[in-house]
Design a protein around this ligand. Structure first.
Ligand SMILES: Nc1nc2c(ncn2[C@@H]2O[C@H](COP(=O)(O)OP(=O)(O)OP(=O)(O)O)[C@@H](O)[C@H]2O)c(=O)[nH]1
Ligand SMILES: [Mg+2]
Length: 214
């Protein structure tokens, strides 16, 4: 769609990772500069749109957040459909969440093609005194898997904007405007909205994905 004075870019970015790693707080910090110390586990799917400037152009980042807990997740394929970026989040103070990263990457690879810009995010870097995963471990996993890497804190805001902006810039430089503005891409995004609204009515429905183990 052409807006007066320029083009419109819309990037769908998904945030994934185990429950309680801080996905929802990363999103609320990015979109509203808010942090909730008592946030509840996400049920179903939420998304927020944030406008950022890249090379003097306005880019809308539509960031999708879902439940880390399997029983609260809505239909997986709809969540990933049309995504061009992903943040895979773990908690630096809980090794089990780092061990899960490969499973989240498998799920991502299963639903999205490899051109998706991916960032490994070690969140809660404010918890240095109870750190269980070193920066080096995070970096080397990211290198192995071909991901960007960053440590963040949604609590004190460290690197939160940077994490999203690096992904947004990578998408911007990776993918031609033609494809992103194509009618089929827009149709997919609006289909997502409709189907999730319907699926959201029954959140107890088990994950219906057939190609992934998760
Ligand atoms: N210390 C610290 N706590 C954080 C940080 N980010 C989130 N938390 C806390 O961690 C808990 C879980 O955060 P959420 O954002 O709800 O986690 P989530 O990944 O969305 O969890 P699900 O929705 O269940 O998948 C909450 O108590 C947050 O306040 C952080 O950067 N530092
Ligand atoms: Mg959440």
């Amino acid at each position: 769609m052409e807006e007066e004075g320029g083009e419109e870019y819309l990037f769908k970015i998904v945030v994934i990772g185990d429950s309680a790693v801080g996905k929802s707080n990363l999103l609320s910090r990015f979109a509203r500069d808010e942090f909730d110390a008592n946030s509840k586990a996400t049920i179903g799917v939420e998304f927020q749109t944030q406008v950022v400037q890249v090379d003097g152009k306005e880019v809308k980042a539509q960031v999708w957040d879902t439940a880390g807990q399997e029983r609260f997740r809505a239909v997986t394929s709809a969540y990933y459909r049309g995504a061009v970026g992903a943040l895979v989040v773990y908690d630096i103070s809980r090794r089990t969440t780092f061990d899960s990263v490969k499973r989240w990457l498998d799920e991502l690879n299963c639903h999205c093609d490899t051109t998706v810009a991916r960032m490994l995010v070690g969140n809660k870097c404010d918890l240095e005194n109870i750190r269980e995963v070193s920066i080096e471990e995070g970096k080397s996993l990211a290198e192995e898997e071909g991901l960007f890497f960053i440590e963040t804190s949604a609590l004190d805001s460290t690197n939160v904007i940077a994490a999203f902006e690096i992904v947004i810039r990578a998408i911007y430089s990776n993918i031609g405007r033609k494809m992103l503005n194509s009618e089929s891409y827009k149709a997919e995004l609006s289909f997502n909205r409709v189907s999730l609204a319907k699926d959201g009515a029954d959140l107890s429905k088990p994950n219906q994905s057939t190609c992934c183990s998760r």
